[in-house]
Design a protein around this ligand. Structure first.
Ligand SMILES: [Cu+2]
Length: 205
């Protein structure tokens, strides 16, 4: 290796470290364990656009969902996916009927003691698509703790085809890839630097 090239090596080191740090950050961001667990209290707004905002929400087991009207009255809440006008009785929406949810500022609360997916809709605006799903459970999206394939992903650069069976988001695996790439680059740079930098040259005996 030419000396000129060797001189440039140290300048690449921060880049390699930055890549590794970025990867580590992505791993943390994408790790389901570090991802925010569902809240015990969630508020869903019934808006002037006749939409639930957010329509889909996650709440912890035993948590409470508050439906609040911010516009476009009226928004009575009914349990069900909207296929039947009368809904189903999967959760108790008796406090969220026409009487209670008739003007801006009105709100009602529903407690969800059991895990599951609970579709709901607005009795008045269901035909406009005013419906959503409340997911109840302690873990967000039912992520698994499978660790298979982790070792293999450390060496590979990020790939769009993240292991689909892992239950972890692609960003997590991309993070591992970036981290490995950066760390590898840093190691190679340090090795080259030590090997070729004149100040580090070993005394020849
Ligand atoms: Cu409505």
């Amino acid at each position: 290796m030419h000396l000129a090239a060797a001189r440039r090596l140290p300048r690449l080191l921060p880049l390699a470290i930055a890549v590794a740090l970025l990867g580590a950050g992505l791993v943390l961001a994408g790790n389901p364990a570090a991802a925010q667990a569902p809240q015990s209290k969630v508020t869903i707004n019934g808006t002037a656009a006749n939409k639930w905002e957010p329509a889909n929400a996650a709440v912890r087991t035993g948590g409470t969902v508050t439906f609040r009207i911010t516009g476009g009255v009226t928004h009575p809440v009914v349990s069900g996916d909207g296929s039947k006008p009368e809904g189903d009785d999967r959760f108790d929406a008796s406090d969220c009927g026409l009487q209670q949810m008739s003007k801006v500022g009105d709100s009602c609360q529903v407690k969800f003691p059991e895990d599951g997916n609970y579709p709901y809709f607005c009795q008045v605006h269901v035909t406009q698509g005013m419906k959503g799903v409340i997911t109840v459970g302690t873990s967000a999206g039912g992520a698994t703790t499978t660790t298979g394939g982790e070792a293999g992903s450390v060496v590979e650069p990020p790939s769009a085809a993240a292991p689909p069976s892992s239950g972890r988001p692609a960003i997590y695996w991309a993070g591992w890839g970036l981290f490995a790439l950066g760390a590898l680059l840093a190691l190679v740079l340090i090795a080259l630097y030590v090997r070729f930098w004149p100040g580090f040259s070993r005394p020849k005996s």
